[in-house]
Structures are given as C-alpha cells and as structure tokens.
Ligand binder design. Structure first.
Ligand code: FAD
Length: 493
C-alpha cells in the first residue's frame, strides 16, 4: 500500500466517507484555479473536508505520520496557483468550517473560521454597524485566507494596515496553538500583542506552509454616522499620488484608490456583466484617454460624524484643486460612469462584496493576469513609467492599473492588469509569455526601484535575497514542519 492509501484508510476512521474523496471528478475540480493556463493541472491525491479544529488536528497528525504533503485551501479564489496541488498533495478544503463565532461590538472585532467568506462577514458586520476591513477582494474569498495573505484591500490606508489580531493554528505536529491575547485562554481575542514575541505574524504570508489556521480574530471598523464616496478626476498620475498621500496621512479619508480610465471602463463592464469591450479599450495608445474622459479617478471613502465628514470632504476638494485635480460631483459620475459609481459605492460605502460566484461572471471571455507590487511613493511613480514601457513592449491592449496606499501611505500597492480577451486556448501562448515576462519584471523592479512583489509568486529565489532573515525562517520551518508536509509545492522555502 502506498502512503496515500495508508492515510486514506486512517482518515476513513476519523471522517465520514463523503468528506474524504478520491473520486476523479472531484479531484479534477481541485486541480486548477483561475490562473492555470489550459493544460496545466495536477490532481490532488485526496480531498478532505474537515468541520472542526479537532478534525484538522487528526488529519495533520496522520498526514505527518505517513509523510503525505497537504495543501490548505479556504475558498480557493486566489489567482496565483497558491491553493492547488503541484505534486499530487492532499487538498484540505476548509469551506465547511464557516462559522462566525463572535462579533464583539465593544472591542470591534470578529472571530471567524476559515470557510467564512468576505460576503458573509461583511453582511454580519454591517448588521451591527461595522464594516469589514477590505472591500475589494472577491466576496467569495475567505476573510481568514485573504487577511493571512496581506489583503490588497482598501480600508488599510489609515491607521490599521493589518486587520489580523489573534489566531488559532494547528501545526503539522498536532499542536493547537493560540496567539495574541487568545494565548491566555481567559483574555479573549481582542489583541495582537501580549508580553511575548508576536507569533501571529509568523503565520501571515506563510501560504499554508507552517500550519492550518482554524480561527482568526479580525479588526472591524465602526461605520460612523455618515459614509461617503468622494470622486476626484486627474489628468495624470503624479498629482493623484500626492493627493492620496495627503488625504490619508492627514486622516481625511479611510481609504483611497486611483483607477486609470481603462479600469473605469472595466467597472462599467463588470456592473453590466457585458463581455463586449468598448472600442476605446482596444486603442493602441492606452496612456492617453479618449477625448472627454479623465486619465483616471481617485475614489475616497470618508466616514464619521456628519459635520466632520462635511469638513473632510470640503478639505479634500480644496487639496485636489490645488494639485490640479477636479472633484466629480455624484450626479456627474452617475451620468458619465454609472457602473463605476455602482461598483465603488457598493464596495467602499455599503461594504457589500460581490456574492460568491458573481465575481467570475465575466471570466468566460475576459481573463486578468495581474502584476501586483508595492513600493514607497517615489518608487510607485517610477513603476508607472516602467508599466507603460512594459505594456508597449509586451502587451496587447487593453491594460489598466489601480494604485492605493497602505500603512498610512508609507507604501503603495500597484496593480497592473492585462485583460486577455480571446478564449483560453487561443491565448494560451500569450498568457504563458506574460507569465514569464512578469517573473523577470519582478526581479528587475526589486533591483531598480526597491519594489517588492505583493504576494509570493512561487519563486524561491526571492527568499534567498533576504539573507539571514530567510535563513532564520528556514530554521523555524524545519522546527515546525520537519517532514515538510505543509504545502511544499508552493516553493516558499
Ligand atoms: C475576480 C477576483 C478579484 C479579486 N480581487 C482581489 C482584491 O482586490 N484583493 C485581494 O486581496 N485579492 C483579490 N482576489 C484574490 C482572492 O479573492 C483573495 O486573495 C482571497 O481572499 C483568497 O481567499 P481564498 O479563501 O480563496 O484563499 P485560498 O485560495 O483558499 O488560499 C490562499 C492561500 O492561503 C493558504 N491558506 C488558505 N487557507 C488557509 C488556512 N486556513 N490556514 C493556512 N493557510 C491557508 C492557501 O494554502 C493558499 O496558499 C481576487 C480574486 C478574484 C477571482
């Protein structure tokens, strides 16, 4: 019997048969994600769906004993091949662990299991007068998985760059550890830091390579008395960046994002669910918008007491004017960009995510290979230039970018996205070409502009660039997971 057979037999004694699968059709559905080019798929050895922390523990203990590698998956909506098998691992699908355990309105946090989606948490938080941390990631994604991966979300602009407080984690050795205030049993889930070194951070950005997170407490934000979306148009990117820096650092806005004109047209498509691209999106010179259209818009979320929001809005409008931007009143944006308004208002003001499944409505024809990177503000200006050069060299229109501040505008996230408009089979070579061009680009931009990939891209050479930091991480990995069963195919270590 193979190790996998031995594991399978053992799991059947701990799990009901319908939650441990070897069925080919089921295995096939776990072999790819939205980033997999046609023909690139590896079947898992098994798929297991635990319902409790104790079940996760028995699964990991058994997998460790038989040295069978596992891939944790919360909702499988990442678009970078991070939750699919690469070497025939066991996929641990956590979607049935989907309870919101607590919404603490005194201390403004929620405790959730990994199967809880953003959509689920946003609706529950909203009913209690709170907003979930990041409106932009897809509603079908797990809040736990998204927060662990450093969300490219949007309420992180102001004081709270990191929404994660405390964790419950099952290690491959079968320990169930709790971090932060939760480590004390009686101290609740409210705090990230106690009197000891922070272990929550060890599991963030570990992509399932150190253990399985079975509970997380996350910060929620008070919705305030008034919530408002403020749209400002700019003719170029540099003044928009300056505007974003000022309104975040001076605490005028909860969040702000800059979207170039192509992205605004894309919002129209998303809301109308149309797959027919407007002609302007295909024009050769994508740096210049069509006549009458702004180069891009900054969308800011303001919230708080009404009088304060009125004053914040007035100040933002003045600052924008001084920098050459122009406020776009609600009536104007609703008339000229109705889809943009609907999309941004729903996410940033109402805090409502796309429902699970809705985010993929356009995927039959349009695919979005994205290049995600972050850098300090001056680096971001250089990246914009690099992006245009790259696009002219390597890409076919349409392409677009969005930029948003993190960490109180100390650093900015830059997402450059190329829409693939043909069928997957027609565009397979182009997608593979982009994938390798991006891989080179990440290295070049780190060397030239200090820009760091936002999420790990399965390229182990990056950890080597960190020197002793990476060596210490490797030692920790060996200690926590000596048999290397936790997601080895992701190539982090
Ligand atoms: C249309 C679309 C738009 C998107 N827009 C955004 C966006 O704006 N911002 C953004 O941040 N993301 C975005 N995403 C990406 C994706 O939605 C998020 O990253 C999402 O939160 C991933 O959650 P998931 O549950 O699907 O994670 P998964 O894909 O299940 O897992 C992601 C990674 O975390 C690990 N992992 C998962 N659960 C656990 C666990 N419990 N313990 C330990 N490790 C675990 C996995 O092994 C994997 O490495 C978008 C995706 C789509 C399809």
């Amino acid at each position: 019997m193979s190790d996998v057979d031995l594991l399978y037999n053992e799991l059947l004694s701990a799990f009901p048969e319908e939650r441990v699968s070897r069925d080919q059709a089921i295995l096939t559905s776990y072999a790819t994600d939205l980033s997999s080019p046609p023909g690139v798929a590896t079947l898992p050895a098994l798929v297991v769906l635990p319902k409790t922390t104790d079940e996760v523990k028995s699964l990991l203990v058994a997998a460790n004993r038989f040295k069978v590698p596992v891939v944790p998956m919360s909702r499988g909506s990442n678009i970078a091949g991070l939750a699919v098998p690469h070497k025939g691992e066991v996929v641990v699908d956590l979607r049935l662990m989907n309870k919101i355990i607590e919404i603490n309105t005194d201390a403004a946090y929620a405790v959730v299991e990994p199967g809880v989606t953003h959509h689920q948490l946003s609706l529950a938080a909203s009913k209690k007068g709170f907003i979930n941390h990041l409106p932009t990631a897809t509603g079908g994604g797990s809040s736990v998985a998204n927060y662990l991966m450093r969300p490219s979300g949007n309420l992180s602009a102001k004081w709270d760059p990191d929404p994660v407080l405390a964790l419950e984690v099952v290690t491959p050795g079968g320990d169930i550890i709790r971090t932060g205030s939760a480590s004390f049993g009686t101290a609740g889930w409210r705090a990230r830091y106690g009197p000891f070194p922070d272990l929550t951070g060890l599991f963030a950005c570990s992509y399932g390579t150190l253990g399985i997170v079975t509970k997380m407490s996350v910060k929620l934000h008070d919705r305030g008395e008034e919530e408002r979306l403020l749209i400002t148009k700019f003719d170029s990117f540099p003044p928009a960046l300056e505007y974003m820096k000022l309104i975040v650092r001076r605490n005028l806005a909860d969040s702000v994002t800059f979207w170039n004109w192509v992205w605004n047209l894309f919002h129209e498509l998303m809301v109308s669910k149309s797959q027919k691209l407007p002609e302007e999106m295909m024009k050769e010179d994508q740096r210049t918008p069509p006549p009458g259209m702004p180069f891009g818009i900054a969308s800011a979320r303001l919230s708080g007491y009404k009088e304060v929001v009125d004053a914040q809005e007035k100040t933002c409008i003045r600052l924008a004017r001084e920098l050459g931007g122009e406020h776009m009143p609600q009536e104007e944006i609703k008339a000229t960009h109705p889809g943009t308004w609907a999309y941004l208002n729903s996410f940033f003001v109402e805090g409502i995510h796309l429902k699970p499944g809705e985010e993929s409505t356009m995927r039959a024809a349009l695919w979005l290979p994205g290049w995600l990177i972050n850098a300090e503000p001056s680096g971001i200006l250089k990246l914009e230039e690099e992006m245009w050069d790259f696009a002219r060299r390597e890409a076919k229109p349409p392409y677009m970018f969005r930029v948003l501040p993190f960490n109180h505008a100390r650093e900015f996230f830059f997402a450059f996205v190329i829409l693939i408009t043909g069928s997957l089979d027609e565009e397979k070579d182009y997608m593979l070409h982009l994938r390798s061009a991006y891989a080179t680009l990440y290295h070049e931009l780190l060397a030239k502009h200090g820009a760091v990939m936002f999420r790990f891209r399965r390229d182990p050479t990056f950890l080597a660039l960190t020197g002793p930091y990476g060596e210490l991480l490797r030692k920790i990995k060996n200690l926590v997971d000596p048999n290397n069963i936790m997601h080895p195919g992701v190539n982090l270590f």
